[in-house]
Ligand binder design. Sequence first.
Ligand code: SF4
Length: 351
Amino acid sequence: MENIAPALLDWFNQNRRSLPFRDDPTPYHVWVSEIMLQQTRVSAALPYYERFIEELPDIPALAACPPERLDKLWEGLGYYRRVHSLQKAAQVVCEQYGGALPADYDALLALPGVGPYTAGAIASIGFGLAAPAVDGNVLRVFARLYNDPSPVTDAAVKRTFTQRVMAHQPPDNPGDYNQALMELGALVCLPGGEPLCGRCPLADLCQGRKAGTALELPKKAEPKPRRVVPVTVLLIRQEGTGAWLLQKRPETGLLAGLWQPPALEGVCLEGPDAIRQAAAGLGLVPGSDTPRPRPAAKHIFSHVEWHLSGWVMTLPAQPAPEGCVWASREDLEGRYALPGAFKAYRKVLLG
Ligand code: SF4
C-alpha cells in the first residue's frame, strides 16, 4: 500500500483534465469551484464558474455583490444556500483577514459554509498545506482499495477513512495527491457501475478488485425517506402590463431570500374558489378571471419532495402586496433568479 501515492501521482500527471480552477488554483478559485461542484457536475458547472470569476474576480468583489445579482449568477445551479454562505464568508474574510483567505485549515473551517472537505481542498490545493479533502469520490476509492464494507455515511467510519487517506499523503505535494484521488474517482473508479479497473494505476494494490467486491462498495446506510410536501403555486398576472407577481421567501430556511411566484407550502388547494381566496389572503383585489390549473409538477430537494400544483389567473392592475413585486419579462430574465423548484412554470411566466 505504500506505493499508492507515487502510482497515483504518476497517473495524475499524465491524465489530469485541464480545468480553469486547476490551471490557476488560487485559494479563491479553488473555494468557488469546490462550492459549485458540491452538487453539480464539472461540465455543467464550468460555464457558471467562468462567468462568476469574470464578474467577481476576487473576494472583495464577491463580498460587495448585490444579493439579487449574486442569485442571478447562480441561477440554474440550485442549492442557493451555497452562494449565500459563500458571500457571508467573503464578508468575514474582508473584515477579519483583509480580503484574502487565511492559510490555515482551522480558520478556513470556521468560515460560513466551509466544511471539512472544502477547507481541506483550499488548504491543500490553494496553499499546499497538508490537509485531507475527502469527498464521495475519495471514500469510494478507499472503500474499494481496502475492501472495507463499513458504511461510509457513518461519521466514525469517515474519520477512519480520512486517517488512511492522510497516511498516504506526501507532505511535499498534498494538493496534487488530493486532486488525483478525486480525479481517479471521477474518471476511473466510477460510481454506480463497473469501475474501469483495467485503466487504474492502483489495480495491483486494490483489495476490492482482487476480492471481486469493488462493485458492491462503498456501503452506505439506508437514506431516510423524503418528506412529501404539497405546494400550491399562484401564477398571478397583472392585467394590462402582463407582469407576474413574485414574492420574496423568508431569509432563513429552504430557498432562503429568493423570489418566486406566491406559493402555499403544505397545502394542495383545489378549485378556482379556493385559489381566489388564497389570492385575497395575500391582500390582492379580486377580478373576474377564473383561475385555471396547470399540469402538476414535482421537485426533489435532498430531504423534501415538493408536489406542486400551479394555477394561473389575471387580476386587475393594483399595487403589489407587502413582500411582493410585479416582475416584467425583462425582470424575470435579467434580474430575479427563479428557483429550479418552479422550473415547470417558467414557460408560463416567460411565455
Ligand atoms: S482497481 Fe478498480 S476498484 Fe480498485 S481503485 Fe482502481 S478502479 Fe477502483
